[in-house]
Design a binder for this molecule. Structure first.
Ligand code: ZN
Length: 328
């Protein structure tokens, strides 16, 4: 099979030939139809996950069709369309996405910038109806991540005001997910184009950070979801949270930020972290998509063949796209 290999920190991807992987017991081979290219692939290339992870084939946001199953597999059969949950974990882990034993496809083991991957069938999710492959791929991470943050971590309630900081590959979908949860949404980005996109995706208001307080109004935001990798925005997220507000951090930066206990005490603020997503989040967002409540055109518009993987990373780095999708 062909794959795009990241050989070392800072190096470009290389197109390589690899033997087709063979599924063992409890595993299935998936012919990859689409794999999203996202910010964590740039982070991997920069050495963010550690130089010891490389060389590796990246790709963690993927969908395809099962073409071969190993012994003892009956839940999945050749021909089934599947979304791939990129994490393998031990059954006693506190959550599927957490713990010291997470094994991440595209970081700890070879990923889906390739024609095939072999996965434990427990990490494969069959949609209830057919989904366009590029859409199914981006639903997993780009939509599953904000769904996890808003529905599972911050427990957004109907009628609450949700402020979304950063309208990129994650924040744009935080806007959509918050609307499906019945929230009023204020999207915060300095880019006029992204403000317009946020409005198209359902934001009630879209403004720059300087005008956020006024746009949020009342006693401040009930929930702030921080999707911009910036310590300055981490502090801004706390500033715009209202009384009894929850701030959920999704984007990460190595830079630290400052707050004071008195700030948290005075407004009874809750600071929350949200890491990735789980298989049940993937199922939930697939259902939202099939019900017509989530759009993915802004994520799937740019599709490239596998041999243009470097160009896809460059588009993302330059901010020309929110996502690219590789079609191996
Ligand atoms: Zn990702």
């Amino acid at each position: 099979m062909r794959a795009a290999l990241l050989p070392a920190v800072g190096a470009p991807l290389e197109l390589v030939e690899r033997p087709d992987p063979e599924p063992g017991p409890g595993e299935a081979r998936v012919r990859i139809e689409a794999c999203g290219v996202c910010g964590s692939d740039l982070f991997l290339q920069k050495g963010g996950f550690g130089a010891d992870k490389l060389p590796v084939i990246p790709g963690h946001e993927a969908a395809g069709v099962v073409d071969l199953v190993g012994d003892g597999v009956d839940a999945i059969a050749p021909g089934d369309q599947v979304a791939i949950y990129y994490i393998e974990n031990t059954p006693d882990a506190p959550r599927p996405n957490l713990g010291p034993n997470v094994k991440r496809m595209g970081v700890d083991v070879d990923g889906a910038f390739a024609e095939y991957v072999v996965r434990p069938v427990t990490t494969l999710i069959k949609p209830r109806g057919a989904v366009d492959p590029a859409t199914l791929a981006v639903l997993t991470d780009a939509v599953g991540t904000p769904y996890h943050a808003l529905a599972q971590v911050a427990h957004v309630q109907p009628g609450e005001t949700v402020a979304v900081i950063g309208v990129g590959g994650i924040g744009s979908n935080a806007v959509q997910v918050a609307k499906t949860l019945g929230a009023r949404v204020v999207a915060i980005t300095r880019s006029p184009e992204r403000q317009e996109l946020a409005r198209q995706l359902g934001a009630d208001e879209a403004i720059g950070i300087a005008d956020a307080g006024e746009a949020i109004g009342g006693y401040g935001a009930d929930v702030v979801v921080q999707c911009a990798a910036s310590a300055e925005m981490d502090e801004a997220a706390i500033d715009i949270a209202g009384f009894a507000g929850r701030i959920v951090f999704v984007a990460t930066t190595p830079d630290s930020f400052e707050t004071r206990a008195s700030t948290l005490v005075w407004r009874e603020l809750t600071l929350l972290g949200s890491r990735g997503f789980t298989p049940s989040d993937i199922r939930a967002v697939i259902d939202l998509y099939l019900d017509g409540r989530i759009a993915t055109d802004h994520l799937t518009a740019r599709q490239r063949p596998l041999h243009e993987a470097n160009e896809a990373l460059e588009d993302l780095r330059a901010g020309r796209v929110m996502r690219s999708v590789l079609i191996p």
